[in-house]
Design a protein around this ligand. Structure first.
Ligand SMILES: [Mn+2]
Length: 416
């Protein structure tokens, strides 16, 4: 049996206003080819299918078209859990219909842990794999709020609650295993969360969800009975505490210029009589991204070299020189006109590095996370440093609860 683990597609995400539909389509074509050539039986998508809680109709069409095409391959089951970017109700709405295509969707946790335990068959009706499909766990799902709690109290209860939930789902899975003929089939668990020690990058939308260690779970909360743990949320592929069988697949496309250097992958898990092996499959780069940084000479040299390659590249230009280049925009446009290079963003760090008022003058919302804006507000109101941390934590909690509301008009698009 072969399982393919992927996550964090963030369908509908744009890069400085540029839509990335073509890249998502190319990724799906590639993934379907991979599913067929590898003979994948089960596809696991570990959350953040969509970039926002309100994806456009075009983006939803992309998703449904892909699921229909998977159903026409030899892949017998698809399991999809919601991530923090997904709207649980939007993912769950077609749940019953998708079930007829053997697509299993878990948009949110329910009262019964057994609802997250799926027994997948081998095509002849025999149970072959158990999947603990645990979605992103929202604070309000698992923590009972009490008056007078400190931030630390809340965080401790959240993390304990997440661990307890995994324990209950694992217990339900073991009950299912015992009820199957022979009583031994592998258990794979899924999750969308941040485990302590995980790596995040600039602008990947992961860090601003947390203040300090809030919401980070320790890797040892996961029960021993999981033969493989398919995680989502972190965009760089990585092992949890060095384990071969507890992994983040990472996002298949670079979600920001900061991720441009990463080799994106999906994971292929093979389960046979010898046990379980995991193999990384490199995802091709469908759209090259490059950050060109330095003084004007360095920028000019690098752009000229890229021009000579003649391949389409999206550029982010960061001017770091000491001299003032007032016509930076025009110079860059001139240098790239009529080439395969496309400039998405030009930033003059010389101007941005000035005083606060100067930085604010130069900053745009493109450069800032939501929490940065609040941070600027604290500075502008000269809030004492000792109060800033608490206020920032409360602000984060409020922002997160807004995203958790999952109202149709809720828009998480500012959350990268
Ligand atoms: Mn996420």
């Amino acid at each position: 049996m072969k399982i393919l683990h992927t996550s964090d597609w963030h369908l509908g995400r744009s890069l400085y206003g540029r839509r990335r539909t073509a890249e998502f389509e190319q990724f799906f074509d590639w993934l379907l080819g991979c599913i067929q050539s590898e003979g994948i039986d089960v596809l696991l998508v570990a959350g953040d299918v969509f970039d926002t809680a309100t994806p456009s109709n075009q983006v939803q069409e992309l998703y449904y078209r892909f699921l229909c095409r998977v159903a026409a391959t030899g892949c017998r089951h698809v399991v999809i859990i919601a991530g923090n970017h997904d709207s649980p109700s939007l993912l769950n709405a077609p749940k019953g219909l998708l079930r007829s295509l053997n697509v299993h969707v878990i948009g949110c946790m329910t009262e019964a842990p057994a609802d997250e335990v799926l027994v997948l068959d081998d095509g002849d009706g025999r149970p072959q794999l158990i999947v603990c499909a645990v979605p992103y766990l929202r604070d309000r799902d698992i923590r009972r709020a009490e008056a007078g709690e400190t931030i630390e109290d809340k965080d401790r209860k959240l993390v304990t609650g997440i661990g307890e939930h995994y324990r209950l789902v694992a217990a339900a899975a073991l009950t299912s295993v015992r009820s199957t003929a022979g009583g031994s089939i592998p258990i794979v668990a899924m999750g969308h969360l941040f485990t302590t020690g995980g790596q995040t990058g600039q602008g990947d939308g992961v860090r601003e969800l947390y203040v300090g260690s809030l919401g980070q779970v320790r890797a040892d909360i996961f029960p021993e009975c999981f033969d493989y743990l398919a995680l989502g949320h972190l965009h760089a592929p990585q092992r949890v505490m060095g384990s071969d069988v507890r992994r983040y697949s990472g996002a298949p496309l670079p979600m920001s210029f900061g991720e441009a250097g990463q080799q994106k992958i999906v994971l292929v898990v093979t389960v046979d009589s010898r046990g379980l092996t995991v193999e990384e499959k490199a995802v091709p780069c469908f759209q090259r991204l490059a950050t060109v940084a330095g003084d004007w000479d360095a920028i000019q040299r690098r752009i000229t070299a890229l021009k000579e390659e003649g391949v389409p590249v999206w550029l982010e230009v960061m001017f770091q020189g000491d001299e003032l280049v007032a016509d930076l925009q025009e110079r860059v446009r001139e240098l790239t006109a009529g080439t395969a290079l496309e400039v998405l963003r030009i930033k003059d760090l010389r101007l941005a590095a000035g005083t606060l008022s100067r930085a604010v003058w130069e900053e745009t919302l493109d450069d800032l996370e939501v929490s940065d804006v609040f941070g600027r507000c604290l500075l502008a109101h000269q809030i004492p440093a000792e109060q800033q941390e608490e206020l920032m934590a409360l602000f984060q909690e409020t922002v997160n609860s807004l995203h958790d509301e999952d109202t149709p008009e809720g828009d998480a698009s500012h959350e990268r």
